[in-house]
Design a binder for this molecule. Structure first.
Ligand SMILES: *Cc1c(COP(=O)(O)O)cnc(C)c1O
Length: 362
């Protein structure tokens, strides 16, 4: 049996068919229909945030969040992320400035952040990597001091809370991805969360050709609307999210039990006060890059496909090489060379986890 790094959660076929049935009566397939409205309301509740604005994917949501704030100049971010974060900055005509990450949770190193701020800096775009929450208090303090906007790439952090507060409430806005491979999916999809009505109105216009609620074109917008079929998938999957997260937790605990005592393998420490969504299972192989690559090849030979995630750093992509100020991010570099994300999805059996661990241990 082949095991991929992830496998999309789906409701029972009948449940989805039941959910989309009314669309054959209404013939309202997209443009903020009934399912779209219902999903926004249910997510505002689940994510405990004032406003949720749905998008056709997370990437366009992030692009439009940046666009909505009219930023200029430099944006501080990290290179230890998916291509999307850096691309969204550059596609808005802005210059990414790469800050290093810390070795505890692989998130932006707030101690190195302030020294990268110049008079051209207008925003910080940190990433809650693998669902671990950034040092939001310190980031907030720095942003206030220098009058910077903060947009979190929370693509990995759906449903995560810290001391009971939902991750959706930090910064000026947060982006969530509902891609098929994420903890919660709408096939393709995404959302921006914020607590400012003005921002929500602008985002809703930007995703629909710049049209405001009275039909006037106020902005040079694009098209990034979520369809009714995507929203219907979200309504179904949201019914099972708690069950999925608890299954993921069991799987993570099994991995930790099997591999936790091995000196050469390092897990990320669980964050204090954080309710995790167990979105990924990253482990670091100590020693040389070869150790990671060897385990990767060995697993692949046995039909198991883990992922070198994130490797390489976005700042090392061919499209960015030599293009921006190549700040030195040694911690991010080292992590990217030693990391492997092991298979993790809600219906991965514990027997398969044991088999994967046996291959690694051998
Ligand atoms: C998945 C992901 C995105 C992009 O989301 P899509 O919904 O696939 O467009 C952005 N940032 C990170 C860190 C991601 O993992």
């Amino acid at each position: 049996m082949k095991i991929q790094v992830t496998r999309s959660s789906l409701p029972e076929f009948e449940e989805y068919v039941d959910e989309i049935k009314d669309l054959w009566d209404s013939r309202w397939l997209t443009n903020m229909g009934v399912k779209h409205k219902q999903l926004e309301a249910e997510l505002e509740d689940y994510l405990a945030v004032k406003d949720v604005s749905l998008f056709t994917n997370g990437h366009l949501a992030l692009e439009m969040a940046i666009e909505s704030m009219g930023l200029e100049g430099e944006v501080i971010t990290t290179p230890f992320t998916f291509a999307s974060t850096t691309h969204a900055i550059v596609r808005n005509g802005l210059e990414p400035v790469f800050c290093d990450v810390n070795s505890d949770d692989f998130n932006i190193d707030v101690e190195k952040l302030e020294s990268l701020i110049t008079d051209r800096t207008t925003a910080i775009i940190p990433v809650h990597v693998f669902g671990n929450i950034c040092d939001v208090k310190t980031i907030d303090k720095i942003a206030n001091k220098y009058n910077l906007k903060v947009i979190y790439d929370a693509a990995h952090a759906f449903g995560v809370t810290i001391d009971g507060v939902s991750v959706a409430n930090f910064g000026d806005a947060s982006m969530f991805s509902f891609h098929a491979t994420k903890v919660f999916n709408t096939i393709e999809g995404g959302a921006l969360t914020s607590n400012h009505q003005v921002l929500k109105d602008k985002l809703n216009a930007l995703k629909n050709f710049g049209m405001n609620c009275s039909g006037n074109i106020d902005y040079i917008g694009g098209n990034a609307k979520m369809s009714e079929f995507q929203a219907a998938m979200g309504l179904c999957n949201l019914r099972h999210i708690e069950d999925d997260i608890s299954k993921r937790k069991q799987i993570v605990n099994r991995y930790r039990g099997n591999l936790g005592d091995i000196r050469e393998i390092k897990f990320i420490k669980e964050q204090k006060g954080v309710r995790s969504n167990y979105s990924y299972l990253p482990v670091l192989f100590k020693g040389y890059k070869q150790n990671r690559d060897e385990v990767f090849e060995k697993l692949k030979k046995q039909g198991v496909t883990p992922r070198k995630y994130f490797y390489p750093l976005t700042s090392d992509f061919p499209c960015y090489k030599g293009r921006f100020n190549q700040s030195y991010t040694p911690v991010a570099k080292e992590i990217s060379e030693k990391i492997l994300c092991l298979p993790l999805y809600a219906d991965l059996s514990l027997k398969d986890v044991d088999r994967i661990c046996e291959i690694i241990l051998s």
